[in-house]
Design a binder for this molecule. Sequence first.
Ligand SMILES: [Zn+2]
Length: 469
Amino acid sequence: MKRLLAALAVVTLWALPTLPAAASPGVYMNTVASHLGDPGVWADPDVTELDPSDVAELDALAKSAAAPIRIAVIPAAKINVSKSEYSVRPAWEGEEIADQLYDRVGVEGVYAVLVDASSQSKGRGFHAVQRADHGPTYFVGDAVDQAVDCCAPDYEEMIERFIQRAQVVDKPFYVDAAPFAGGAAGIIALWTTVTGLGARRARRQDEAAHLKVAQPLLDEEIIALSQQVSALPTTTDPQKSKLSKDILDTVEKARQRLDAAKGDKDIEAVSTLLGSARYGLVCLEAVRAGQPIPEPTAPCFFDPRHGPSTAQVRWKPERGAEREVDVCAACKQRDEAGAEPAIRMVKGFQLERPYWEYAEDLSAYVNGYWSRGDGTQWWYPDSDFRRRGEQMRSRWRSRRPGARFSRMRSNVGSTLGSWAASSSSGSDDGDSGWYSGSSRRSSWSSRTRSSGGGSSRRSSRRSGGSRGF
Ligand SMILES: [Zn+2]
């Protein structure tokens, strides 16, 4: 068998185009691997996007992570096998690039390669994989998505976000391969290394990322609302002028809070204030029309900017069951006319997606809008959104080592059964349910081995992902 593999290796090497020795991607990857014997971050000196102090900081961050993470930043030119000056053909594609690094280091863990180039068509991309037969599965595929969606093409921020997300445990241990006792002992040893300080920092980083997504949206909304309010006709009627002034004050309060915003609490407060201001406008309209002041209601589900809801429609999302959602009058009319709903779309790095697909980044934004202002919430109809927000909050709670211990003790017995059941379906990173990253994984993903590669046996692939940007 070994001889057969060796023969195959020779054949595949032969099949490679002849290249000058210095440019061989395989040899270059050996050099990269030699810098990553220990977890950390290494950047090729030819990569100018990161300066040495950035790399040193990221390296320290990776070394302090709860998972063994190795990240290389390499120029696309060094793994390019195209003979033409004008085109780029990498020696490996997608996750396989990260696997090539894993093969050469030869230790289980999380491997990521950021390929540096001026554009996606020149080979720029971020690729990662977790290989392990023991210990927990981390959110590596999701970490790639988050890094690209939040921060591309800023390498430093991408890598920081990746490190932060790729150390979060998806499944505490590998049921297929790890015997119960060994797995549990391993995981407890790993969890004790997480300190309370690290937990707070991780949460702060999460919240800073949320602010990056929510702040521009709220900024825009405040500007639009201010214009709407300042266009209101002046009035001598005391009730109307009092209402107008209240609305104006509320928008102003939102603006001040947003200017000083630091985290989720601020985002939540701002969207609650904006929801109140829009309700105020509806009240003003009612007073003008000589009608009674309406009860406050949840915002229009399709777009909170539409203001309070006045009706319900049956609606079926792309994925998921049909449900009843609260909508504004205009959306109700559109529904009756058979038109597509006017959904609030939010631009990620490239794609526009409905706002509720940003379950973590816009959790506080939605919570604020769906808050009644007295500590209670209106029902938010997207269960996936609710669940993912809850998972994020329980992740923050469970980062405290004490909490992890007690949860582990009480959950070990009951959850083992469900993991065993889910892993027998053959899915290694949970296509079922709440792992949404897998559906968005692009065509870059390649699980077939191309040429070369060091080790003849790889540990199980737990999770991974690959994105060009
Ligand atoms: Zn609407």
